[in-house]
Design a protein around this ligand. Structure first.
Ligand SMILES: [Zn+2]
Length: 204
């Protein structure tokens, strides 16, 4: 579990979705009330399994030599509200965040975006690392695979790390595609009836 979390952070860093100091991720342990979360203040590309912090959903640190990520409240709130979620990833993906700062939405621009992220909600700006941000994310995560945080980044939730990672990747790809199309004259989305067809064809 820890090895996969470390791999995830290195992959996100290599792809430019986080900086060495930004972003965090966690996994739920054994489907229960404990999580393994990335630490605060450790360069993400250099992360090792022994750097990870084990903590309870009540905020109590159980094991680890570092402090948990400053965004631990966002993670614990999601796990508390969503019993189906076993992995949470938070990144500062530049295209997704940038488009949102400019007031641009990311619509169903490709079949993948239409299927994986049918509704993309942008939450109002709240100071990172606060209880208020944790509460806000927890109150809006129902039924969502990802939320965009205004002027900040993205948080995704999945049944496992790969599902959470996929949501981050698809959203960023959708943002880049939207950006490119906008530069070339306009980002036209897939018509509503075609979106419905995609959902039927790829029904899970
Ligand atoms: Zn952040």
């Amino acid at each position: 579990m820890g090895a996969k979390l470390v791999w995830c952070m290195k992959a996100l860093h290599a792809r430019g979705l986080i900086t060495g100091s930004g972003g965090n991720a966690s996994v739920r342990l054994g489907g229960g009330d404990e999580i393994l979360i990335t630490p605060s203040g450790v360069y993400k590309a250099e992360l090792e399994e022994s750097d990870l912090v084990r903590m309870g959903l009540d905020g109590k640190v159980l094991d680890g030599r570092w402090k948990p990520s400053s965004e631990w409240r966002m993670h614990t709130e999601i796990y508390r509200k969503r019993g189906d979620v076993n992995a949470v990833i938070h990144v500062h993906s530049p295209y997704t965040t940038g488009l949102t700062i400019a007031g641009r939405n990311i619509g169903p621009i490709t079949p993948e975006v239409a299927l994986i992220l049918p509704e993309i909600e942008v939450l109002e700006y709240v100071c990172p690392g606060t209880e208020d941000l944790g509460r806000l994310v927890g109150s809006r995560i129902a039924g969502k695979r990802a939320l965009i945080l205004q002027n900040h980044g993205v948080v995704s939730a999945g049944r496992d790390l790969l599902e959470a990672m996929t949501a981050i990747e698809v959203l960023e790809e959708g943002a880049i595609t939207t950006f490119v199309a906008s530069l070339m004259g306009g980002a036209k989305v897939i018509p509503k009836e075609e979106v419905e067809l995609i959902k039927r064809v790829y029904k899970r």
